[in-house]
Ligand binder design. Sequence first.
Ligand code: CTP
Length: 404
Amino acid sequence: MLKGKHIVIGITGGIAAYKIPGLVRLLIKDGAEVRVIMTTAARDFVSPLTLATLSHNDVIFHPFNTETGVWNSHVELGQWADLMLFAPVTANTLAKMAHGVADNYLVTVYLSAKCPVLIAPSMDLDMFQHPTTRKNIKILRGFGNLIIDPQEGELASGLSGPGRMEEPAQILQIIRDFFFRRQELKGKRVLVTAGPTYETIDPVRFIGNRSSGLMGFSLAEEAASRGGEVVLITGPVHITSCHPAIRRVDVTSASGMYRACLKHFGKADILIMAAAVADYTVKDPASEKLKKSREDLTLTLSPTHDILQELGKRKKPGQTLVGFALETSDALDNAKTKLKNKSLDLIVVNSLKDRGAGFGLPTNKVTILTPSGDTIKGKVKSKQEVASDIVDAILTCRNTKNTL
Ligand code: CTP
């Protein structure tokens, strides 16, 4: 099934390294060509000889092969690979990858990747739950890397919780899905909006919101990985996307997002409006910095365009419109009203009351509603998994309407 696919596996020094020879064997049996790279610490957990034998290739540790004097070019390996899998990845290597600390061969190869990258973190649960690790995982997701979330279970420390690396058979399946997922959106143009908008108060201040953009970026990645041609209009965010099928358009304010959406909507087959657009903007922003005084300060706010409602009015046959509803009370009732008022085909409901849902988190919990009253209730999942569920729902909706 994986015949002819070039896979680089990077192993770091975690106990789950013992599972990698099994994975290499499965990949080779499946037809893949595998090159293994290891950190020095990884050699304490699994033998390079085993990996070289199973992969039919020398295992690489250093830029130079000390015996032959041959230079192992990380750039070449980056170009050779169709997919890179880093597994298991320790908290230490996660941090290096997230921050570009290229002090070993494995990280230089990661930084040279031209292909999709899968990362399987594995560590003790306290390390996994530490804010530093959570933040580094978030950064790596922001780069467009796919994180294979560790499973819950007994850990090498004797503790029990999340941290166990996924089993080789499951990783093989993830890799197969990755290569052979149907390109259901091939030839379709997908317009995605993401992130917050900033409304200027004066040259140094603005009114914004807590959106990180992660949900919108995950949707753009998902649509692109299924063959869609994506335009991603984003407000100010700190994340990046590296999928070649995504064209990114940066905007700052609600009016900037409105103009960009009007420009790109006409050609779009699908619109996914995940941005948290400001409902109000400052009426007369100050051209100079406002000076403080002991008096109350009153800002006059005027309503912005409801972009989605406006686009709903311009919707043509064959276009699918998806909105989000962020609610803190009466979530489903409010969402149904938005679904109708904005002429949507689907609405994705977020309740800030749900644990694991909302701004700035790597996870989300959503319910998807259709005009005919169908309801798909999701669990707490990574935003990438939620994005996949939303794209599935869009495809079902288009299939039903025969617009695919
Ligand atoms: N939206 C938009 N333009 C706006 C405000 C919101 O296009 N000016 C879009 C959002 O991107 C989202 C949907 O409308 O897809 C619903 O946004 P939400 O903030 O939940 O609701 P609002 O319509 O703004 O209503 P309210 O804030 O009163 O809940």
